[in-house]
Design a protein around this ligand. Structure first.
Ligand code: PMP
Length: 384
């Protein structure tokens, strides 16, 4: 182990190749930097992490106790069928438990879905830029990525995505709201798009940020499309429910799709702690909603403040301000800083604030507490 984050692994010359050559060029998934490390490096009492779209208010009440209690039995395997959690989810979302599969985070389920649908050479269509795991998942599964560029407003270009479907397409990711740009798709356009997708292509509606959506025109996939045979809705407990470190997500699809995914899932990947923590969190839905409302109020304040600092430039001009800061229905905002993205993030980091740059494109800033957001705005003022 080198701990290196470069995408090309070191190879001793002359050593036999043991792993797939096509994976050498694959980018690594980039986790947010540890704030403790940064604080140590800068000699600060603490650093602020606004890089991984976590909610900043800690565990929901009762979660720590439930996990502590559960791990007293951790010498035993967890329930592989995840029955208690699946039935709690079924009850909460008004669907049959047979339609639910859980995974080690929704990212694992995204991977399982590709494995459950694609043979080598089959195509996975998604908008780009979107969730960075999609290309990694497609490549590791041997599928072919078909990336459809985002539209000028940083969102999915659904007409172009529909046009990109071929007879090799097996799966389409639709990320709503989209990570990292925060943009979202409304009911009418999604209806139209779903109407064009062939019946034998699975549409995965990735709704990791659903709980932060306040626009009534942005449909809840479970409510609006839950009964469409070729739609699967992906949700996570990592964001609004505050369980990123426990690793648990779920999907709702047709019973046959969910059953196939349950076969593909790595056995026991929903740990004892994750199952117990998720059950306890789901019992605190009111508190979850209260926290999301705080995040949403701060999101709206941040967008207003950042739009003043980054006014919309001429369309397509690139660089700072081009297109302005898009609306966000998620718990983060997107700053389309173009080539200034990496220097901006580095300058924030030098001030003890970790944000997430996408080189040449933009910077994603997670909504933190009011004090954290103020600290970020102050840093942005001195950098911009
Ligand atoms: N989908 C999207 C759009 C995401 O942004 C993320 C997390 N960054 C995930 C899925 C995966 O989340 P998790 O694996 O923690 O459930």
């Amino acid at each position: 182990m080198t701990g290196s984050t470069s995408s090309a692994p070191d190879r001793r010359s002359g050593a036999p190749r043991l792993t797939r050559a096509d994976l050498d060029a694959l980018p690594n998934y980039v986790p947010g930097r540890s704030p403790a490390d940064l604080a140590r490096e800068l000699g600060l009492p603490e650093a602020i992490k606004l890089a991984s779209n976590e909610v900043p208010y800690g565990l929901l009440p009762g979660v720590a106790e439930a996990v502590t209690e559960a791990v007293t039995e951790a010498h035993r395997y967890p329930d592989m069928g995840v029955l208690a959690l699946r039935s709690a989810l079924a009850e909460r979302y008004g669907v049959d438990a047979e339609r639910i599969a859980t995974g080690c985070g929704s990212v694992a389920l995204a991977e399982h879905l590709v494995r459950a649908t694609c043979l080598p050479g089959d195509e996975v269509v998604y908008s780009w830029r979107s969730f960075e795991a999609y290309p990694i998942i497609a490549a590791t599964s041997g599928a072919t990525s078909v990336r459809v560029p985002n539209d000028a407003g940083h969102g999915h270009d659904l007409a172009a995505m529909a046009a990109a479907v071929t007879d090799r397409t097996r799966l389409i990711f639709v990320c709503n709201p989209n990570n990292p740009t925060g943009t979202s798709l409304r009911r009418a356009e999604l209806d139209r798009f779903l109407g064009t997708v062939p019946d034998d292509v699975l549409v995965v509606l990735d709704e990791a940020y659903r709980e932060f959506v306040t626009d009534p025109e942005v449909p809840d996939g479970l409510v609006t499309y839950g009964d469409r045979p070729n739609v699967v809705v992906l949700r996570t407990l990592s964001k609004a429910w505050g369980l990123a470190g426990l690793r648990i997500g779920f999907l709702v699809g047709q019973p046959e799709v969910a059953a196939t995914v349950r076969k593909v899932v790595t056995p026991f990947s929903a740990s004892l702690a994750a199952q117990a923590g998720a059950l306890a969190a789901l019992a605190e839905a009111d508190e979850m909603r209260r926290r999301c409302a705080l995040v949403v109020a701060e999101r709206d304040r941040m967008i207003e403040a950042l739009r003043k600092r980054l006014p919309a430039g001429p369309a397509g001009a690139g660089g700072a301000g081009s297109g302005g800061v898009p609306e966000s229905q998620a718990n983060f905002v997107w700053l389309p800083l173009g080539d200034a993205s990496v220097p901006f993030a580095q300058a924030c980091e030098a001030r003890g604030i970790i944000v997430r740059p996408f080189a040449g494109e933009g910077v994603r800033v997670t909504i933190g507490t009011p004090a954290e957001n103020d600290a970020f705005l102050a840093a942005a003022d001195s950098v911009l």
